[in-house]
Design a protein around this ligand. Structure first.
Ligand SMILES: [Zn+2]
Ligand SMILES: [Zn+2]
Length: 137
């Protein structure tokens, strides 16, 4: 079965052609996409329908919402590893990138958790600067 259809059904959500395409887009590309970008990628559909679908995906834990360039809401597929959702925002071109990072962040989180008595469930590390393309150009 189509993975998007499977996920929608597993969350008890009605499968519509738009939901299927939209979730398929995130499964394939991961995001981050704003509602406008997702709408653009899908082609002919209604922006407010896309927006509502994104919000319902977020409520069902299929997508994670974050703040993108200019404070606009962006959505990413819920990562399979909960402690790995990191964004880098390029201040020059405004693009948002995902990056992976390994042990040092785990140690940092452990230190923060121990010092404050927190139990950390999700981490969104956000770095800003200039991406490799902007640095070269
Ligand atoms: Zn993301
Ligand atoms: Zn850039």
């Amino acid at each position: 079965m189509n993975q998007a259809v499977e996920l929608l059904r597993s969350r008890g959500m009605r499968v519509t052609p738009l939901r299927k395409c939209l979730l398929g887009l995130f499964l394939e590309k991961r995001g981050p996409y704003s509602a406008a970008e997702a709408h653009h990628a899908l082609g002919s559909c209604d922006l407010s329908t896309v927006y509502r679908a994104l919000e319902s995906f977020e409520r069902k834990g299929l997508l994670v919402a974050s703040r993108g360039p200019g404070g606009v809401a962006v959505f990413c597929i819920q990562p399979s590893e909960p402690l790995q959702h990191n964004h880098f925002e390029c201040r020059k071109c405004g693009r948002l990138f995902h990056f992976h990072c390994s042990s040092p962040i785990d140690l940092l989180i452990e230190e923060i958790s121990n010092a404050n008595g927190f139990e950390v469930r999700d981490v969104e590390l956000r770095l800003t600067g200039e991406c490799s393309r902007c640095r070269e150009g």
